[in-house]
Design a protein around this ligand. Structure first.
Ligand code: ADP
Ligand code: MG
Length: 677
């Protein structure tokens, strides 16, 4: 092994990244081909450098200076972290020239020309602008991950580069990839291999399969730490809880050992749900004389490059989502990684100097039992959202069963998705998207919840449903560290965490988890969204903040969907004026007014959305829900924009539309009266 005491430094200082040495070749390929595939070792600079290379050449690459480069990432964490890094490298403020957009967070502006985003965000942009006309080059990064969204983008962009030729270029980048398969799929496009600088990695296998891999991993790390010279250790585990527990135990073990037998150790967890600040710690050097141990999910496999790693400990497992269309069951399972992943993991040890990888499984297991490649997500997930999405795009003559996927999904999963969408009322018997389906599509939750949100409008409980939907979107709300329940020991943090009893009544608890979730959120919100509240009641602070974001976006989306059903309260009393073209003065129907009013002033909220405007003895707004001014702002702004633009030619059309609307309202009212009488 190359001298244990050799200084550990990152040889890929900026300017030396392998991708940069091939900048001209890559550019030339992109200029002359609609699609280019670039394959390069992890850490070679694909994600951070290719965007900058393309941007520097934008004058000759893009027909319009307003166009930019979009780079997709399957993981939200990676999109944010890399965008920050690139902004830093270019010496600009994040959100200006370099920005990012991920679900629930947009940090980009008109100035942005290099935009990192999740693949899901780009799909959503497609709904508004099917030509993606803002972009001159789109980079689909981390293609080897084969995330569901990236797979859909392959199919869509394959068509789009043709229709927008030559104004749009596609670059597909990946760490490892079956290059022939990709090239064939993209009409025999060229494939670039960027040779990475890697040092040899010595592999060690277990002599027998471990009984408890987490336990074996812990022992292996401790052994390495006490017996090996310098060099950081990277341990791959499957999820947050396992990682946190292992970090805790590593720290305990080091504390227990006599100082002269055990040098200092800095233990850092790394997983997607960790806050960005805590994640960033892996990029800063460890304290002097201290060995760093990073305990990570497969986030550290290819998306994020942890510097300084010389030893990799690979138990060979990962957590994967699996969906069974026959039972409709979704499960997050700990499964064996693929041989491709095993090689990736080992490669992480050879970036700084010669390294070693300790595989906690046998050589036979690696050679005989491990799947060669990972099954793409599209073949192991529910397709309800995907099918609704494709149908909403209104691609002419599209038969979703015939969509040009790189790997076709299961026919059974497709059938399951179509049936579910039909049952939800999102598509009709002919498979066409209904109005309802169209409204569901942009909502940032799974179709089932989106449908429930829309149904909630009719019952006047949009606000409550948004809360429930948001809370259901959180991976883990309760930490299990709350006040102990009767019959249980004190919270040791390992419990799954039952909902705290302090947050809702016994009666509500009997009504079920949805009500408990809702009450939990409401209690947190009433207390001002405070962190100490979470600690006291055993709630996950990040989880609750996430729910808050989802809720905000859901209600925002409902606002947009209801742009002509918004009303604003008159100053100082409870009359409302509707916001649509022919503003009407109305009052909130007595059946729903009270719960919304401020207890002290008796005033209703300033902004509401309503489901119906009915004229009986007076004009009433029925089924209302409070919304906040910032959610309304984009809607009103948009309305204002349209009016200005249409001042010249659009008047007639607008009046016509108004008359049409009025006619429809009258017909509806007549129908209603007919039913009532
Ligand atoms: P690739 O996409 O080919 O895996 P990257 O462009 O992500 O490579 O990384 C290139 C280099 O930039 C690596 O040495 C990596 O450690 C460094 N790097 C990437 N992101 C960050 C960050 N957020 N902070 C510090 N260094 C980073
Ligand atoms: Mg990358």
């Amino acid at each position: 092994m190359a001298g244990d005491d050799a200084p550990v430094e990152d040889p890929y200082a900026p300017g030396e990244l392998p991708v940069l040495r091939y900048a001209e070749e890559i550019l030339q390929a992109v200029r002359t081909n609609p699609t280019t595939v670039v394959i390069g070792e992890t850490g070679s600079g694909k994600t951070t450098q290719i965007s900058q290379i393309l941007h520097r050449a934008s004058a000759t690459l893009m027909p319009d200076s307003r166009m930019g480069v979009a780079i997709t990432q399957p993981r939200r964490v990676a999109a944010v972290s890399v965008a920050r890094r690139v902004a830093h490298e270019m010496g600009v403020k994040i959100g200006t020239l370099v920005g990012y957009t991920v679900r629930f967070e947009d940090c980009s502006s008109r100035e942005t020309r290099i935009k990192y985003m999740t693949d899901g965000t780009l799909l959503r942009e497609c709904l508004e602008d099917p030509n993606l006309s803002k972009y001159g080059v789109i980079v689909l990064d981390e293609a080897h991950e084969r995330s569901l969204n990236t797979d859909i983008l392959f199919g869509l962009l394959k068509v789009l580069v043709k229709t927008r030729q030559p104004a749009l270029r596609l670059v597909v980048t990946s760490a490892t990839l079956e290059s022939e398969k990709f090239s064939a799929y993209f009409n025999d496009c060229p494939v670039y291999h960027v040779p990475g600088r890697v040092y040899p990695v010595e592999l060690a296998y277990a002599t027998e399969q471990p009984k408890n891999y987490a336990e074996t991993a812990l022992e292996t790390v401790m052994d390495l730490h006490c017996s090996q010279g310098r060099g950081d250790i990277l341990l791959f585990l499957t999820g947050k809880e396992e990682i946190e527990r292992t970090c805790r135990r590593l720290n305990e073990r080091v504390r227990e050992m006599p100082e002269d037998e055990c040098p200092d150790m800095q233990v850092l967890p790394l997983y997607a749900a960790l806050s960005p600040e805590l994640q960033a710690r892996v990029f800063a050097p460890p304290p002097a004389g201290c060995r760093r141990v990073v305990v990570a999910t497969n986030l550290a496999e290819t998306s994020l490059t942890v510097p300084g790693v010389v030893f990799v400990v690979d138990p060979g497992f990962t957590k994967q989502n699996e969906y069974d269309p026959t039972t409709g069951m979704d499960s997050l399972k700990v499964t064996s990684i693929s041989a491709v992943q095993a090689r990736q993991r080992a490669g992480r040890a050879g970036r700084t100097r010669a390294g070693r990888c300790f595989r906690l499984y046998t050589r036979e297991h690696f050679e005989l039992d491990m799947p060669t490649t990972t099954v793409p997500e599209i073949q192991r997930t529910s397709l309800v959202g995907t099918v609704l999405y494709l149908k909403t795009l209104r691609i002419e003559g599209l038969d979703v069963l015939d969509f040009d996927f790189l790997d076709k999904p299961d026919v059974e999963a497709m059938g399951d998705a179509l049936r579910q969408l039909y049952a939800l009322g999102a598509i009709d018997e002919d498979g066409a998207v209904t109005d309802l389906g169209r409204e569901m599509s942009p909502l940032p939750v799974e179709p089932q919840l989106a449908r429930a949100m829309l149904a909630a409008r009719r019952f006047g409980c949009v606000d409550e449903m948004a809360t429930v939907a948001a809370m259901l979107s959180v991976e883990r709300v309760y930490t299990g560290n709350g006040p102990p329940r009767e019959g249980e020991g004190d919270g040791d943090g390992d419990r799954r965490g039952p909902p705290p009893e302090s947050l809702c009544s016994e009666h509500e608890r009997r009504m079920g988890d949805h009500v408990v979730l809702m009450r939990t959120y409401q209690a947190w919100a009433r207390g001002g969204h405070r962190r100490d509240f979470c600690e006291r009641h055993g709630l996950s602070d990040r989880g609750m903040e996430f729910a808050r974001d989802v809720r905000k976006q859901l209600l925002g989306a409902i606002c947009v969907g209801f742009c002509n059903r918004l009303a604003r309260r008159l100053p100082k009393h409870n009359g409302f004026r509707t916001l649509n073209d022919n503003a009407v003065l109305a009052e909130v129907h007595p059946s729903s007014a009270r719960p919304l009013a401020n207890e002290i002033t008796g005033l209703l909220p300033e902004w509401i959305v309503y489901h119906e405007l009915v004229a009986t003895t007076r004009v009433f707004l029925r089924n209302v829900c409070a919304v906040e001014a910032p959610w309304v702002a984009p809607v009103t702004e948009r309305l204002r924009e349209v009016d200005l633009k249409r001042l010249s030619g659009g008047r007639v059309a607008t009046r016509k539309a108004r008359e049409e609307e009025a006619r429809r309202e009258r017909a509806k009212e007549a129908e209603r009266q007919r039913i009532e009488s």
